[in-house]
Write a protein that binds this ligand. Sequence first.
Ligand SMILES: [Mg+2]
Length: 108
Amino acid sequence: MRLIETQHLEAALSDFAKARDWERFHAPKNLAMALSVEVAELVEIFQWKSESESRSIMQGSEATHVEQELADITLYLVRLASVLGVDLNAAVEAKLALNAIKYPPPQE
Ligand SMILES: [Mg+2]
C-alpha cells in the first residue's frame, strides 16, 4: 500500500499550469520559494496565539483560512516534487524508515 497518492493531483496541477502557460514560471527555485511563502502564511495565522488558542484554531473563525493555507502548501509541495521528478510516496516511505531508526521508541 502506498502511503500517499499524488498522481491525480500532479496531473491536475500540470494541466492547470499548461492551460495558463505558467510552466515557464515553475522552475524548482520559484516553486520552492512559493512553498516557503505559503508555509509563512500558515504560520502567520498562529503568530501571537497561545498554545491553547492554537489547539482550538479549527473551532474558530480562522478554520477556513487554515484549510486554505494547508491546501496551498500541498499544491506547491506536490508541484515541486513533480517538476523535480521526485516520487513523493517513495521519498516519504524512505524518510519514515530513516526516522524509525534515528528515533527508536523508548524501551519499557
Ligand atoms: Mg496562501
